[in-house]
Design a protein around this ligand. Structure first.
Ligand code: HEC
Length: 178
């Protein structure tokens, strides 16, 4: 009789430990699943954020670069220093705005690249405008255009190729001095 009771206890304890083991592993499993879900959600959120910012900001800014680069050429060859300074300044502001964003393109930091390929050659161009030397203007304008393209190559957009303009983007504005 006593022996039977001992067996019963052993069986009960065995069942209890099996139950506990099962519960613990079940808990571990759902914890792991929740962790993975949180990780996935966080990743999706950062990706959405990055894509949204890159596409909006950069496309708009590049359009402005292109327009000011066009106007800057025609005011420059017309020897209109005031107007050229104005466009150089607008271009500088547009570049600084891009530099303030935390953007990356194909692993390149846009803020860093814009300083090297954008703001530095633009500063030289501004000096040339102020000197009133037409040849210096043309040379530094071409250097700026090469830098636009240098950055496009560096950022993986080698097919976006900028050049000296042949016609003004708009025909309803005087570029000559008043
Ligand atoms: C920081 C490096 C960098 C510099 C400097 C740079 N670009 Fe870009 N440009 C880019 C990137 C990156 C793209 C692709 C943008 C995108 O993904 O929307 C681009 C795209 C463009 C486009 C195509 C979009 C469109 O509106 O057709 C034009 C045009 C353009 N750039 C003009 C210029 C001009 C003009 C300059 C120089 C005054 C310049 N860029 C300087 C990085 C640069």
């Amino acid at each position: 009789m006593k022996q039977k009771l001992v067996y019963l206890w052993i069986a009960l304890l065995g069942a209890l430990s099996l139950y506990l083991l099962w519960t613990v592993s079940d808990l571990q499993y759902s914890l792991k699943a929740s962790e993975q879900k949180i990780e996935r959600l966080l990743k999706e959120e950062t990706e959405d954020h990055e894509e949204g910012e890159e596409h909006y900001e950069l496309a708009v800014a590049m359009g402005r670069f292109q327009l000011y680069a066009n106007k800057l050429w025609f005011s420059g060859i017309a020897g209109n220093a005031e107007l050229s300074d104005f466009y150089a300044h607008e271009l500088e502001e547009a570049m600084e705005e891009v530099a303030e964003q935390e953007l990356t393109e194909n692993g390149q930091s846009i803020s860093e690249q814009i300083k090297i390929w954008g703001l530095e050659p633009l500063e030289k161009l501004e000096e040339a405008v102020d000197s009133g030397d037409k040849q210096a203007f043309e040379q530094s304008y071409d250097a700026l255009v090469s830098s636009c393209n240098g950055c496009h190559v560096t950022c993986g957009y080698s097919w976006v190729r900028i050049k000296r303009p042949e016609t003004p983007a708009f025909d309803n504005q005087w570029y000559t001095k008043n």
